[in-house]
Design a protein around this ligand. Structure first.
Ligand code: FDP
Length: 329
């Protein structure tokens, strides 16, 4: 009989690998799972908003109906701001850093998050997600964290992960000891280990890109996409195109099945700190790769909170091959 492991037990076991660990880190990630369960419950009711009252209006209980992305932002900020584990946060939805609320206890960690990624998919019932990344406080003192704490590069992440609200709700995370996936059992309210030590295929058969942007692609990207579409049965081409337009959902599928996701330059659309860096840590831990074309995502020094980068991420062979095309221009 296989063992049943909750996410809390798993995080605790991972933290025990570090002799000087205090348990704080386990508590931080556990608080985050509470926020995700609240968001998951609300996401599952999304279609009902139309019945019980439109967003921004008052529902039949006299409560104001909040937009789901704002709700997710508030839920994470409130849960984590009072957890005592973080000293500062930053979110894709907030222009500036988010300080700990008055009266809150300061911890030694920095939390970066995208509260509801892929939110243009909410109305059509497609999978969406929450992405997070944890750093250690580097600014001096034990009080409030600062912008400096938030602008750390991907290689300094202590943990990264995401929650995907799909046909089931899942949590996928890494603390640098492999990538592990948990599925929420809604009747128990517990995330149970379902995907231990996820390894992505060295080479996939899927490419994921918004082809509607083709006229803006550089010639290297154009030639690469032509290449994966060419018929060459001997090496597994043509690849299949799969694109949901919800990063967490596209990434999660490719992580499990193998493949490449591309949102190329010149500037890119996706955010370094809330999307590219956390997913790059996960993919590398699963044996894959992530690049802008010329730079490894995890090596980029952030210069601003909402910096965008090109993101090419997935199976190592595919990402390397993209880079070869990209370099030739
Ligand atoms: P969305 O605009 O729905 O929030 O981060 C933004 C994001 O979604 C990603 O989740 C997704 O991969 C990408 O944008 C989709 O962009 P396009 O619609 O330009 O393809």
């Amino acid at each position: 009989m296989s063992k049943i492991t909750t996410v809390q037990q798993h995080i605790l076991d991972q933290e025990r690998l570090y002799p000087r660990a205090t348990g704080d880190f386990t508590a931080l990630l556990t608080s985050l799972t509470v926020a995700a369960k609240i968001i998951s419950r609300e996401v599952n009711k999304a279609g009902l908003a139309k019945i019980i009252g439109e967003t921004g209006e008052t529902n039949i209980q006299g409560e104001k109906v909040q937009k789901l992305d704002e709700f997710s932002q508030d839920t994470i900020t409130r849960t984590m701001g009072h957890s005592g584990h973080v000293c500062v946060m930053a979110s894709e939805e907030s222009e500036n850093i988010i300080p700990i609320p008055d009266g809150g206890t300061h911890g030694k960690y920095v939390l970066m998050f995208d509260p509801l990624d892929g939110s243009s998919n909410i109305d059509v019932n497609a999978s969406i997600g929450t992405i997070f990344s944890v750093h250690r406080k580097i600014s001096s003192g034990s009080g409030d964290g600062s912008l400096e704490d938030c602008l750390q590069k991907g290689t300094d992440q202590l943990a990264a992960g995401y929650f995907i609200y799909g046909s089931s709700t899942m949590m996928v995370y890494t603390t640098g000891q492999g990538v592990h996936g948990f599925t929420l059992d809604p009747s128990l309210g517990e995330f149970l280990l379902s995907h231990e030590n996820i390894q992505t295929a060295p080479r996939g058969k899927i490419y994921s890109i918004n082809e509607g942007n083709a006229s803006q692609w550089d010639s290297g990207t154009r030639r690469y996409i032509d290449h994966v579409k060419e018929v060459a049965k001997s090496d597994g081409r043509p690849y299949s195109l799969r694109y949901i337009g919800s990063l967490v959902a596209d990434f999660h599928r490719n992580l499990l099945k193998g493949g490449i996701f591309l949102y190329p330059g010149p500037k890119g659309k996706l955010r370094l700190l809330y999307e590219a860096a956390p997913l790059a840590m996960i993919v590398e831990q699963a044996g894959g790769a992530a690049t802008t074309g010329d730079l490894r995502i995890l090596d980029i020094e952030p210069t601003s909170l909402h910096q965008r980068v090109p993101l090419i991420i997935g199976s190592t062979h595919d990402v390397k091959q993209y880079q070869d095309f990209w370099k030739k221009g």
